[in-house]
Design a binder for this molecule. Sequence first.
Ligand code: T1G
Length: 697
Amino acid sequence: MSEAVRYERVGDVAVLAVNNPPVNALGHAVRAGLQEGIERAEKEGARAVLIYGEGRTFPAGADIREFGKPPQPPHLPELCNRIESSPLLVVSSIHGTALGGGLEVALSTHYRIAVPSAKVGLPEVHLGILPGAGGTQRLPRVAGTEKAIEMITTGRHVGAKEALEAGIIDRIEDGDPREIGLAYANELLEQGAPRRPVSEMPAPAPADFDAIYNATLKKGRGQLSPAVAVRAVQAASELPFDEGLRRERELFMELMNSDQREGLIHAFFAERAVGKLPELEGVSPRPVNKLGVIGGGTMGAGIATAALLSGLPVVLLEMSDEAAQAAKARIAGNLQGALKRGKISQEQFEQLTEKALTLTTSYDDLADVDLVIEAVFEDMDVKKKVFAQLDAVCKPGAVLASNTSYLNIDEIAATTSRPQDVIGLHFFSPAHVMKLLEIVVGDKTAPDVVATGFALGKRLGKVSVRAGVCDGFIGNRILATYRTAADHMILDGATPYQIDEALEAFGFAMGPFAVSDLAGLDIGWAVRKRKRAEGMDPRARDSTYADKLCEAGHFGQKTGKGFYDYSDGPRNRKPNPEVMPLIEADRAAQGITPREFTDEEIVRRYMAAMVNEAAKVVGEGIARRPLDVDVTLLYGYGFPRYRGGPMKWADMQGLPGLLADIQEWAKEDDYFWQPAPLLEQLVAEGKTFDDLNKEKS
Ligand code: T1G
């Protein structure tokens, strides 16, 4: 008998315990073990079979690591059919997360019991595929067409209570999964309950599948799997069970062989790899039970909100009582959002705003915090003053963090007597919503301070990426470059509107000009002024149209106008007619004859600029691996997840072609288009970014 499935006979019941840590994924050994278990139970004359998972969960799905490798029998769809057609009564007992293939196995058993904390779901669409072991045929038969489509297209995890109401499980009972499962199986045997194969249940109700398909496609912004999954559920409603299964398989294979599947699975593993750092092995984080936040503006209030929601008490320091009250109002506003969405109760809301949050104007009140995050104005002198004060009052061992988005952490650390305790924790706005956290490690930052940053990120529900020190760290440095590529295309003949549309069609949540309008055009204006004051390289191309927009008082959404006019609301943007004349004036002043750009060229140049800068960021060690860049862009910059991230996209396009384009464009502008040495090296060695990920993981 296979190690991955333990067989045990308890009276009339054969118990099959899946044992494949950490999530009991249905890899080959588990599938073989379950099949052998069913056969043995039948041979040995058991009357019922119980399937459950040992450890933390019922199987959480197929083994994703096997994707792309030649599949080994028994295949999951056949195993599910084999389980369902067993002449014995088959019962599953669910705890943890029965997801994907796990739920499909459960739906192939005749009765399902679950503990109250169990969750079930078919999250395959998030991996670019659809449930491929009968899930699209069986779930609608038990839960109905509408519920099944909702669950399958969103991939949502559904709690036990809701699953019971939807008919997905038959009973909820607290206790050990093996014990409650055995009791249930024996009870069913005593009652003489019949076998109850879902495949024999009536076909689910029809629906307007074309309309649902189109709406789902639109919502997916280019992601195919949720829409294709609708077609599979349609087959459940319109075809006999066996034919429906065949249709499901065809659609499944189509998606399995798609680039989107490759991109999404890359994203799944990249997201889990970012926190695995050799420097953290065996290093314990420092305990954090109380947080300090300096500055209660949008960023500080967002950070405080995230901390409060994670259960951490916060001491927030502002310059005056009025400013402190304004900060409190911002935090309360953020928490109101959480209250409205049902994430916290009214009672918790009051506890968080009145008890867990302390407002102060005195640094002395930060004497006992374990970690303090500075979120004041982006100015080195201001930050240095803050850190000098923190150095004076904070207890030994407290972590001193800055939320700066581009300033030099080493320079900040050098003003304190404890540079080993200083780190950058770069949140993204709004900080209580955005998932990305850049953990910026200075020259002297101690490993346990880095570990503390990662532990805090996890506690706040963030995806944390390690970054080195440079202007803009990983994300904003790369952003500055691809944003510049967009500005160059504007000067040469493209419009902001064509660029936004081309990139939104590529899958970005928003094009770069719409993003600038959202963030506020004054931010970029300040950066340009700073860069010009510092002295720009004479070879760098510059333009004035965006400055002139700002001079006219147009800062984007917050003033009602920027690149777009928002007089009909933020969702109904229209081009601002003042923009093109400013651009045309710039072109005329620079003697540029505008030319046409295809959408394809726009995407290609924008992406090449992004990938080239990212390769420099990796080559210089600012990001450890290409996958760290991918996760940064996915979680902080609206990069379409189904493309896996810019480095995965580049690998799929082919690095030699991308380098050749950059070399070609360097003939027009050899200052901007300087190929990254790492990109040249990988092309010379015939390697991909993913090869580098593997070497460094
Ligand atoms: N296969 C292989 N490894 C997996 C895995 C899986 N399905 N799920 C998780 N892991 C690894 C993960 O990489 C990590 O490894 C460790 O387990 C802990 O995960 C035919 C086609 C279950 C909710 O999509 O959503 O069934 O990093 O850190 O936060 O239709 O993992 O430690 O080396 O995420 O407690 C459908 C994916 C598959 C579920 C647990 N199932 N997993 O979250 O821990 S497709 C899924 C999750 C399918 C059939 C098909 C979560 C979780 P390492 P973790 P967690």
